[in-house]
Design a protein. Structure first.
Lengths: 268, 273
């Protein structure tokens, strides 16, 4: 592929400029750095050199903070804007700065980052909500395959069936989806002055499926049988291979496959 | 080739989709931020519905043409696929930089205004236009800083790139005003020296006043000074596709369209005088 060679002086200038604007805001005004900036950036009629490049530095961080806040709306409600930026966004972005054109990819490593670096008492909840927020974000961009139609089910016992891309499964001790919905119903500011909804831990595990149809993203609680059955289709499976599982809960088979077909969770 | 005048458009933003799908308002055309649709999925499905009823023009923010990093061909291929789908009559992005190898800054950063940079960006612009196989336009950015090594003012740099690359001009008249206030020049000196025969589209927008400087925030109505620049520029054309950008602190779709329609009134008044 053709390209134009860039001048070395441009590369040198941009590398320097990038280093300045990606410096965290509070580390900006050291004397050495200011004298360096004044050599490279002239003052304007209204602003000093360091104030001029400081606008780009502020924009860089604010844009990335805002993007992460949009990807993780529940986390922002758990922390509030300021704490989210300080405790999560800035240290995360310092380790995983954006490296591609899609800002929507910015948070892809955040759940893993939290597992390693976030050790507070609420770490487990924070990590779960980060996974959940990210799953909702991914579903926005999923390309759906033609869903398996109910009448096709009987005709495909030996054909490999697949889960639609972007169907996610979750197992929780509590209903984190309902908790997330409750948080989303109010603003970030609201949760700064009000207690969070109570999270009641049940004695049994709950199973959920998060998916998108043509119009919207939805979640449903499912029983273990359906959870187990659907998870077999993640890498593709033939119905005949699943007979041992189906035989264990014969009375649930028809209803389960009707639900699978109606929701369009499988494709050929 | 005569330049297509699409009339007056507004930026397609998710917040307005429900209203658009419910009433299909008589908006001349929509501009999309290309990158918002290049990953496919739900945004692209929504765009397909828009394409059934409206002309759509693509405007990008992440090409970062002047970056000292190799062209991102994966990005360009996705851009071309979307351009073929939308049938955009032209495609624009900014005269700026924003990438380095392994890093993307997601901003429209100012280029040093030097002859060697003109040559570099112009060659890239030609390569990109050849690849996309549709007219390619570059937009002037709002400027908050410049390099001590600049060899020319911004209008000369902008004009030189357009001329040398033989591409189209996407002129943001709000950016001229914002830069003029921040850098202390007369906006007339800027637009009166541009090769307006290359003008394919105008952007109008609002900005924020941070007291000691202006910020290009696209979150307010177009101020009188910007409308004045718009009037002066339009007067030198036979009418030109104009787009109101509004990206934050949104107002209802109907009010956004009313603000954009002021441009239609100006064009009517000026071109039929």
């Amino acid at each position: 592929m053709r390209d134009a060679p860039f001048p070395d002086s441009l590369s040198e200038f941009q590398t320097w400029f990038a280093k300045i604007i990606t410096t965290p805001i509070e580390e900006f005004d050291s004397e050495n750095r200011i004298s360096e900036i004044r050599k490279r950036i002239p003052p304007s009629p209204c602003l000093k050199s360091e104030e001029r490049i400081g606008i780009y530095q502020k924009q860089y961080w604010e844009r990335l903070f805002k993007s992460l806040q949009e990807i993780f709306p529940t986390l922002v409600r758990l922390f509030n804007y300021e704490d989210f930026n300080r405790k999560i966004a800035e240290p995360y972005l310092s380790q995983y700065p954006p490296n591609d054109w899609a800002l929507s990819n910015l948070g892809n490593q955040l759940p893993q980052w939290l597992q390693t670096f976030y050790r507070e008492a609420d770490a487990s909840l924070v990590q779960e909500m980060a996974f959940l927020d990210l799953a909702y974000q991914h579903l926005l961009f999923v390309e759906l395959l033609p869903p398996l139609q109910p009448h096709q089910l009987l005709g495909v016992p030996t054909q490999k069936l697949f889960l639609q891309p972007g169907v996610f499964f979750f197992e929780y001790q509590t209903d984190l989806f309902a908790f997330r919905n409750q948080l989303q119903e109010e603003t970030v500011e609201h949760w700064q002055t009000h207690p969070f909804p109570t999270l009641k831990k049940g004695t049994e595990k709950k199973y959920f499926i998060l998916y998108r149809d043509q119009e919207q993203t939805s979640y449903e609680e499912i029983d273990f049988f359906l959870f187990h059955l659907l998870s077999k289709f993640q890498k593709g499976a033939q119905i005949v291979d699943l007979i041992p599982i189906l035989e264990k809960e014969v009375d649930k088979v028809l209803e389960s496959f009707q639900r699978i077909a109606a929701k369009g969770w499988l494709s050929l | 080739m005569p330049i297509l005048n699409l009339g007056i458009g507004i930026g397609l933003r998710p917040i307005h989709l429900r209203e658009i799908f419910a009433s299909w308002p008589p908006i001349d055309w929509f501009e999309i931020i290309s990158e918002n649709f290049m990953k496919g999925g739900m945004p692209l499905r929504n765009l397909e519905r828009i394409l059934e009823r409206y002309p759509v023009v693509m405007h990008g923010v992440n090409l970062a043409i002047g970056s000292a990093a190799p062209l991102d061909w994966d990005y360009l291929k996705k851009l071309k696929i979307l351009a073929q789908k939308t049938k955009t009559p032209w495609l624009s992005d900014h005269l700026s930089w924003g990438r380095l190898p392994g890093a993307h800054f997601h901003d429209l950063l100012p280029l040093p205004r030097r002859k060697e940079v003109v040559d570099f960006v112009a060659e890239r612009a030609r390569i990109i236009q050849d690849f996309l196989e549709i007219p390619f336009a570059l937009e002037n950015i709002s400027s908050y800083a410049n390099s001590a090594d600049d060899e020319m003012p911004e209008w000369e740099f902008y004009s030189a790139v357009l001329e040398k690359a033989d591409i189209s001009m996407m002129l943001d008249v709000n950016n001229i005003y914002v830069s003029s206030r921040n850098e202390g020049f007369d906006p007339k000196e800027y637009y009166s020296r541009l090769p307006l025969e290359r003008l394919i589209q105008i952007h109008i927008a609002g900005h924020s006043d941070a007291k000691r400087y202006l910020l290009d925030t696209h979150d307010d109505r177009v101020c009188n000074e910007v409308w004045e620049i718009y009037r002066e520029v339009v007067q030198k054309t036979n009418g030109v596709s104009t787009l109101l950008e509004w990206d934050d602190r949104f107002i209802p779709l109907e009010d956004t369209w009313k603000e954009a329609l002021k441009a239609k009134a100006y064009q009517k008044q000026l071109l039929h005088a």
